[in-house]
Design a protein around this ligand. Sequence first.
Ligand code: IPM
Ligand code: MG
Length: 378
Amino acid sequence: MAKHTIGWLPGDGIGVDVLDAASIVLERLELDAEYVHGDIGWDFWCREGDALPARTIELLREVDAALFGAITSKPTKAAEAELVGELRGTGLTYRSPIVRMRQLFDLYVCLRPCRSYPGNPLNYRHPIDLVVFRENTEDLYAGVEFSPVPAELADTLGRLSRNFAAFSRCGADEFAISCKINTRRGSERIVRAAFEYAQRHGRRKVTVVHKANVVRATDGLFLDEAREVARGFPGIEMDEANVDAITMWLLKNPDNYDVLVAPNLYGDIVSDLCAQMVGGLGFGCSGNIGETLAVFEPTHGSAPKYAGQHKVNPIATILAVKMMLDWLEETEKASALERAVAEVIADGRVRTYDMGGAATTLDMARAVADRITIKARA
Ligand code: IPM
Ligand code: MG
């Protein structure tokens, strides 16, 4: 039996292309693993009404980790229109499979390292070495939403909140409500994960991102929990920043930041900003990590217009593979892979279109694979 069982979830669009690239580097690394293909993506929504079929959920219960490519998603009406005839009008609603996986498997840590590699023409500045910890299961992603708003809910809110008066005359269809739900447990554990990471990796500072001056209840709770956790890590500086301000400060003084931790939506936004500072879509990698399962992915979408062309930059996915190897405690292979990526970027001869070159997805993967040298075990 192989040492590791890995769920292989290409999805659709360029998800398939970048996982082809991942196979090339994994093969070169000779990882002792069995790869199990899982059905996931837009086609399964159209044909079965479920982009994350139950059989794939079962498969994920059996694997040690999974590698996920990307999935197309469309607004509600467009999604409904693409369902096969017999599923149309049956009340099915499309929900993002990655968000579902995060919630179903309690993958509460979204880890997004953003490191600039020397020689990348897309670097905003060098060096940048930021790590974003994004809460991954709650907040505005809780999925508790109302459109139209039921009268019962509007009545209750009218009774409980004076501020609701401003909306109380809206008809059910004239407004919508999305609940931001943050728990003490959820906030505590993501901040703890960020501090523990900082401690393990010799990082000096953790910046807590919030908007507690306005969003007092939920972000206030997040900040309270963060302060409490920080007390347990006296060797690490704790810093607090409003989410709006930090987007400016990050661009102005990226060196002032190190590890960042944020509730789900702010983490989503801030991690895109950080990814852009180290090269953008082709470089943003992500780990969705729980206690027993972790799903690794590039943060880019499925870019249907490039599907199957092997045009896009696979480095984000290759770096996601590196993160997966770390999670599987294959640290030598993880380091070897990151070194190979850094060397190819520094060398500059193989560049995909986003980097100003003409190399294909597979050229880039092969260039990285060719550079992999695994240090002999001591
Ligand atoms: C991400 C993406 C997802 C998110 C989308 C695809 C649902 O933007 O992983 O950052 O919002 O979390
Ligand atoms: Mg995002």
